[in-house]
Design a protein around this ligand. Structure first.
Ligand code: HEM
Length: 423
């Protein structure tokens, strides 16, 4: 039975009320606009960012917490129960997570932007509590989900990484005031690796084993190479974290090479899925998926070059940019524009007039085309701005990114308007 049939069979019985996942998707779309706006206003400080409180760190967390984590929570609380055929025990914990995570993220961004450490620390505690609650929810679902061993393995590893991200994030915040960490920069790099490659990266790779076969109407990838790719990715992240904490370039370089092997295996598996899939025309979202698939090895190669001073003055900044904007943001926006209409179609009856179903109606939306074009140009422009360390070019790239984010928010609002019951 194909992944799509497994997934769709009985999906309706495990659907959460539409407002639950869509509140996370709506906040992600709003934080996405805010992220580009803050980057536009403060572009002069971004091209050579090397950590530390300020506007660029606020931009990093508008992206990582506001957009990526919110999307991951919204998607996983709905997709996992459907995929694992295990309903969530209750819905109120997800609403509690939302009402802690969103205000917590706003306060954390405020503390980072203004440098007010008392706000930063209080917000770090609230955000940490919301993410730990999510860890509990995810663990409960994964514990009862034996039917998808590869996805389960990625889920557990992403969960472990998230717990370490939270611990390091809270420690980094407290360290701004109390100076408890032996090496702040080392902890910040470990936090980046665990957050970007660990939590978000492993979730993106794991969900690809459900979503890509489902969209391409293909069988799931073979188990043995899937587990080999998972093992290599986990070893790379563990080595990368260790290399960051002990400040060892050799260990970081080894981690990057193992990461490249994991990425190559994963991309080969995804290529096989598309090749064996019954659906060949996958639309605009898969232009973004393929772009993200190119960004993953590009990120690792730039990281390796930066380790040896071969990626220019701002090599480390370019590495972080390609990781968060190039791979993760591009991939997540590609998946989000597929799952939102798909989920909405579960709540909206087919038009009596016989018009197109919501999925095909939104597939070619003008707002998505505008977003995709702006996203691509913005990323290329910002990569150049970082390489030549030019604030004016960075501002131009951010302005184009902002137009794209507004288009994506428009798309999100159009979907939500369709599922909000008419008065
Ligand atoms: C409880 C949630 C979190 C808190 C309290 C937190 C806190 C922090 C703090 C205080 C820093 C500043 C380090 C410095 O001085 O440079 C930082 C850096 C960073 N954080 Fe977070 N963070 C959290 C979650 C995340 C998540 C989920 C991700 C990624 C998915 C992430 C990605 C980053 C990145 C990329 C940096 C920049 C690292 C660097 O400075 O080199 N954070 N975080």
């Amino acid at each position: 039975m194909s992944v799509a049939a497994t997934f769709l069979g009985g999906a309706k019985s495990r659907l959460l009320p539409a407002s639950v996942p869509f509140r996370f998707f709506a906040s992600a779309a709003a934080f996405h606009v805010l992220m580009w706006l803050v980057l536009l206003v403060n572009a002069d400080q971004a091209t050579s960012f090397r950590g530390g409180l300020g506007s660029t760190l606020a931009v990093v967390h508008l992206l990582t917490l506001g957009v990526l984590t919110a999307t991951a929570i919204g998607a996983s609380v709905q997709l996992l129960p459907v995929a694992t055929r295990r309903t969530l025990r209750a819905v109120w914990p997800i609403k509690l997570i939302f009402w802690l995570a969103v205000p917590g993220t706003v306060a954390l961004i405020g503390g980072m932007y203004t440098g007010q450490t008392s706000v930063l620390i209080a917000a770090a505690v609230i955000t940490s509590v919301s993410l730990l609650l999510f860890c509990g929810l995810l663990a409960d679902n994964l514990r009862r989900a034996g039917s998808l061993p590869v996805v389960g393995a990625y889920g557990w590893a992403a969960l472990a990484a998230l717990i370490l991200v939270i611990a390091l994030g809270a420690a980094l915040a407290i360290n701004e005031e109390a100076g408890v960490l032996p090496d702040h920069a080392a902890a910040a790099l470990a936090h980046l690796i665990l957050g970007g490659f660990g939590f978000m990266g492993l979730l993106a790779l794991g969900f690809s084993h459900i979503l890509i076969p489902m969209f391409a109407l293909a069988p799931a990838p073979a188990k043995r190479p899937s587990f080999a790719s998972f093992a290599a990715a986990s070893v790379a992240i563990a080595l990368g974290t260790l290399g960051a904490l002990i400040g060892s370039r050799d260990v970081l370089a080894t981690a990057t090479l193992v990461g490249l092997a994991a990425a190559a295996t994963h991309l080969w598996l995804m290529y096989r899925v598309l090749k064996t899939g019954m659906r060949k025309r996958l639309g605009l979202s898969f232009v973004l998926v393929r772009a993200a698939w190119i960004m993953l090895p590009a990120t690792l190669l730039v990281g390796l070059a930066a380790l040896y001073g071969l990626a220019g003055e701002n090599g480390a900044t370019l590495f972080g940019f390609l990781l968060l904007f190039g791979w993760l943001l591009t991939f997540l926006l590609a998946i989000l524009q597929r799952i939102m209409p798909f989920l909405a179609s579960m709540f909206v009856a087919l038009p009596a007039s016989g018009g197109p179903a919501i999925v095909s109606e939104f597939a070619g939306a003008a707002s998505l085309k505008l977003h995709a074009a702006c996203h691509a140009v913005a990323l290329a422009t910002l990569a150049v701005a970082i390489l030549v360390d030019n604030a004016a070019v960075a501002r131009a790239g951010s302005a184009i990114g902002l137009v794209g984010a507004i288009a994506f928010a428009w798309f999100t609002a159009s979907i939500i308007r369709r599922i909000v019951p008419a008065k």
